[in-house]
Design a protein around this ligand. Structure first.
Ligand SMILES: *Cc1c(COP(=O)(O)O)cnc(C)c1O
Length: 215
């Protein structure tokens, strides 16, 4: 793992945050990555994550990211146990998160999941839909929206990946210029093991790497 992490880090600008996707590995593997300096970990199922977090309580400076599809009835648990939620994928979920944040009194960082291309297997906004929901999203004052997250469909070429990631980055920049009071567009969670170098080229600020770190 040390060698794999080193070679990933060598190619990474300092502005890009490396998030280790630990959804398929044990608390032991997380500890190993932690000992190699990784502090950001991502999980996609709440129950699994809570078990691992319990085993890793002593590593109190881990920053936990939620990257799975978030069901409404799990939203509270997600807010209580993750600093970042990358997968706010609908107005309905945004509204619920906003209400819960107010109730819990603790702010989290939220990303809006958006699709660069149609993909029936993924949730999230299509770009035109997100644009029309922006004024509504801007009303959720408790939600700390920090940027956009995307997962590309499988089977695209490197050029198509670059084009799709760039589209999301451009969208974020356009939203930023509209100066919504409650919508920050500073973070772009884009890129997985197979496409992260392309994502970085397009301006990703957070890459989510699983298999390339943990094997
Ligand atoms: C599993 C997963 C990843 C990591 O995928 P790898 O190809 O193993 O790097 C990244 N993002 C999301 C949303 C995932 O579900």
């Amino acid at each position: 793992m040390a060698q794999r992490l080193n070679s990933i880090r060598q190619n990474l600008p300092e502005t890009v945050r490396l998030i280790a996707v630990s959804k398929n590995v044990s608390a032991e593997a997380i500890r190993e990555a932690y000992d190699l300096g990784v502090r950001d970990f991502a999980e996609s199922r709440i129950q699994d994550a809570l078990l691992k977090q319990e085993q890793l309580q002593s590593l109190s400076d881990i920053c936990w990211h939620f990257i799975g599809h978030l069901q409404g009835n799990k939203a509270k648990k997600a807010l209580q146990n993750f600093q970042w939620i990358h997968t706010c994928d609908s107005l309905k979920l945004a509204e619920r998160l906003d209400r819960l944040v107010e109730e819990l009194g603790s702010s989290r960082s939220i990303l809006l999941q958006v699709k660069a291309l149609p993909d029936d297997n993924k949730s999230g906004w299509m770009i035109p839909e997100l644009r029309s929901d922006l004024p509504k999203l801007n009303e959720y004052k408790n939600l700390n929206i920090q940027g956009l997250m995307t997962i590309l469909p499988l089977g695209l070429s490197a050029d198509q990946n670059l084009e799709a990631f760039t589209k999301i980055r451009d969208l974020g920049n356009q939203i930023d210029r509209q100066n919504y009071a409650n919508l920050e567009m500073k973070e772009f969670s884009m890129g997985m093991s197979g496409d992260y170098l392309t994502a970085v080229k397009a301006g990703s600020t957070m890459i989510r790497l699983g298999s390339i770190i943990f094997g």
